[in-house]
Design a protein around this ligand. Structure first.
Ligand SMILES: Cc1cc2nc3c(=O)[nH]c(=O)nc-3n(C[C@H](O)[C@H](O)[C@H](O)COP(=O)(O)O)c2cc1C
Length: 145
């Protein structure tokens, strides 16, 4: 087929592989993107591919109590750079325990899928993903910080 016909002959040699055992396509990015601190480290039986871990960072960017595209992009961009681990920001376990109304939230089953999307993407890049379960205590507020 010619390119002008809009129908291409794909040569598999030129196609990126996809991450296995996930029901959507993520490019496998092999060899690894990035080269800083490539040496792995094992802590309490868990092996991290790199020694850079991303600190927890509240984004105050949830969409009405749900993890948003913002989180996927914010953490996902670090995930594709193959740090050893990322961690979801302070994530409220009850509504009244939030620092503010846009906090990441995880007190209802319906809040799992959008958060799972971030975790799954991190795993697709071969990195560990944590979630900081949080309650703001007396610093909880109904106002944005
Ligand atoms: C924008 C921003 C958001 C943060 N959000 C959190 C958070 O959600 N949970 C937390 O425990 N620490 C949070 N921190 C603190 C950082 O995780 C980290 O502990 C702090 O930046 C000090 O890091 P350092 O000791 O490596 O300098 C935040 C820091 C920043 C700059």
């Amino acid at each position: 087929m010619s390119e002008s016909s809009g129908d291409y002959d794909y040569n598999p040699l030129y196609l990126a592989g996809s991450v296995p055992n996930i029901d959507v396509f993520f490019p496998i990015n092999d060899p690894l993107v990035g080269s800083l601190y490539p040496s792995p480290i094992t802590l309490k039986g868990v092996t991290f591919k790199k020694r850079i871990f991303v600190a927890l960072m509240c984004m105050y960017s949830s969409n009405k109590e749900y993890t948003a595209d913002w989180h996927l992009v914010h953490l996902g961009t670090m995930a594709v750079r193959r740090v050893g681990a990322i961690c979801m920001e302070a994530t409220a376990v009850v509504a009244e325990g939030r620092i503010g109304p846009e906090d990441a939230s995880l007190w209802a089953d319906s809040q799992i899928p959008p958060l799972q999307r971030v975790v799954r993407f991190g795993h697709s890049q071969g990195i560990k993903v944590g979630v900081q379960l949080a309650h703001a205590g007396r610093e909880a507020s109904i106002f944005s910080p």
